[in-house]
Design a protein around this ligand. Structure first.
Ligand code: PEP
Ligand code: MG
Length: 588
């Protein structure tokens, strides 16, 4: 029977494919496809791991002291029985043979299937056996992890030749999401997350339809269900009827045609109807994204989220030379266009493995969004911060580079940044290393910084407004929390006031100002931002064409004249729509 699951739309379009459930096992599980000629070998890996676990369990039973309650021995028998049960072993082999999942993935997929059967059992005693099954599977997963041939964690699929696949998970960490860039998933669905959580942002950068915060998803959807993701409405349709499927296939074709049409705008200059040139820049997460930025017609990189270079490395962080190479690669790929490199924004929903136990506790216990994040983290690791600054400075010898500091809020932080930069330059001079001239910018994403923006403008060459965080902190809404996602409102008058204030004060001081949060890439806000005077937008490359289309039809003088009304309104979105409609009528 067809059912619908509702969530928050984070990435537009329609995806149709088979569900791949990624279980949130307590053991880290690798996910990849095995080559057709390695399938037998993979089945053999599974068998060997299962035999090793059987050996472990038998040894435990044999060595059990006589005074241990006999229930424990009986439990080991249950585990041994489960281990050899066809429902586990045959079906797991089938995932390997038919879908070419690696053994770990196949086993956790089958655990999902069986766990649901246990959940549905009437008998409480039998239902509780699910925990035993999980323990048995975890033993086998651990055994597979000890295998020297085991692949690194979460190496996501590189390609299969079957049907399109849609990933369904309770949550996907931003670091894991990065691996999608090399994967075959055509869409994804998660139970948790908000529109501007970093997981959602990375999904949007992949330009694949996605729905987050679909709380029921991983409970309602089963392995291999046919799914339609409606990334515009934030709905997932599970096992749609033929007629619904037909309709969505049609919509999918339409949106592909629309995409092709928009693509033709990529070399059209971004100039409004009244002749105002607008700078459309790209947000990237790795140097490899620079090609997509150029292909989309970006005139530079407005935000390189450098923290992604620090993820998926098991805590082994990149040193100065490795970072330098990555920045240099991005700078060279952009062929003389400016590249704005943000110093690491680690913490909150982007932890790295190396974080101390205390930091991890903060991550999980206290409020991580208000904790040791971004520049606060960098200043607490001065050696690493200078190392990153040196790497960026060295890359600036190869092109136009700008440094952007995330989450600045205090004068003391500004002074510490200036000192660190000064020292980094001195260290490079002492080492006889070349570096170029860099501009220094601040991200305005803490309301305090927006309020006292005039003070910051004296020390920075430019500012870039991080609306994702500015909204989070202004409205006290955790951007990654689906329970308060409905309160995350970019149109809130307080947000618009801070945004407008920042843009106008920066311009009054003759400093360039950009918006690099998700608002910049959302056509619903293009007219508003142009009306506020913004002329520089940074967004995922995939968003550039839609924004360009919007601004090509905009008249900034007219939009500016609407601002007093919109900014004074209680419902600014409705006021904006009304003002645009009135302006349109009076023009005809
Ligand atoms: C923002 O906060 O708007 C921003 C661009 O930075 P990030 O999303 O990486 O926090
Ligand atoms: Mg931010």
């Amino acid at each position: 029977m067809s059912v619908q699951v509702f969530g928050t739309a984070v990435s537009r379009g329609v995806a149709i494919g088979r569900a791949v459930m990624v279980a949130s096992s307590r053991v880290d599980v690798a996910h990849y496809f095995v080559a057709p000629d390695r399938v037998d070998h993979e089945v053999c890996r599974l068998r060997q791991a299962r035999d090793a676990v059987a050996g472990e369990l038998l040894a435990l039973k044999r060595d059990m002291p006589a005074d241990v309650p006999h229930e424990l021995a009986a439990l080991l028998d249950v585990h041994l029985m489960m281990l050899h049960d066809d429902a586990l072993t045959d079906a797991t082999k089938a995932w390997i043979r038919e879908r070419r999942y690696n053994a770990e993935w196949a086993l956790s997929a089958q655990l999902e299937v069986l766990a649901r059967q246990f959940d549905d059992m009437e008998d409480a005693y039998l239902r509780e056996r699910k925990a035993d099954l999980e323990q048995v599977v975890e033993r086998v997963l651990r055994q597979l992890g000890r295998d020297p041939e085991a692949q690194p964690r979460s190496l996501l699929p590189e390609g299969n030749d079957g049907e399109p696949l849609v990933l369904v998970a309770n949550d996907v960490a931003p670091a894991d999401m990065m691996q999608f860039k090399r994967s075959v998933f055509t869409g994804f669905v998660t139970d948790v997350g908000g529109r501007t959580s970093h997981t959602a942002i990375v999904a949007r950068s992949l330009d694949i339809p996605a729905v987050v915060g679909a709380r029921e998803a991983s409970r309602m959807i089963r392995q291999d269900d046919l799914l339609v993701i409606d990334g515009d409405a934030g709905v997932v349709i599970v096992n749609p009827s033929d007629i619904v499927l037909e309709e969505y296939r049609f919509r999918q074709q339409q949106s592909e045609l629309e995409r092709a049409r928009l693509n033709r705008l990529r070399h059209t200059p971004a100039v409004t109807l009244d002749g105002q040139a607008v700078e459309l820049l790209a947000n990237i997460e790795s140097p490899g994204d620079a090609d997509a930025a150029l292909a989309a017609g970006a005139v530079g990189v407005g935000l390189f989220r450098s923290e992604f270079l620090f993820m998926n490395r098991g805590g082994n962080l990149p040193g100065e030379d490795e970072q330098f190479e990555a920045y240099r690669q991005a700078v060279l790929a952009m062929q003389g266009l400016p590249v704005t490199i943000r110093t690491v924004d680690i913490g909150a929903d982007k932890p790295i493995e190396r974080m101390s136990a205390q930091e991890q506790r903060h991550e999980h216990g206290l409020n991580p969004a208000l904790g040791l994040r971004a520049i606060r983290w960098s200043l607490s690791e001065p050696g690493m911060f200078r190392q990153q600054l040196r790497a960026i400075l060295r890359a600036s010898a190869f092109g136009k580079v700008r440094i952007l500091i995330p989450m600045v809020a205090h004068g003391s932080e500004v002074r510490a940044v200036l000192e660190a930069l000064q020292r980094a330059r001195q260290q490079l001079d002492d080492a006889g290393r070349a570096y170029g001239r860099v501009e220094l910018g601040a991200m305005i994403e803490v309301p305090a910084a927006a309020v006292v923006i005039d003070r910051f403008l004296a020390d920075f060459d430019f500012v870039s407004v991080g609306t994702n965080d500015l909204i989070q902190y202004t409205l006290a809404i955790d951007r990654a929390d689906d329970e308060v996602a409905h309160l995350y409102d970019p149109w809130h008058p307080a947000v618009l006031h801070l945004l407008h204030h920042t843009i106008s004060r920066a311009q009054a001081h003759g400093r360039s100002v950009c918006v690099c949060g998700e608002m910049a890439g959302d056509p619903a806000f293009t007219e508003l931002l142009l009306g506020m005077g913004l002329r520089s937008f940074s967004m995922h490359p995939a968003r550039i064409a839609s924004i360009k289309q919007k601004l090509l039809r905009a008249d900034t003088r007219q939009l500016a004249s609407l601002m007093p009304k919109v900014l004074a309104a209680e419902r600014a979105d409705a006021a904006m729509q009304q003002a645009l409609a009135d302006a349109g009528r009076s023009a005809t």
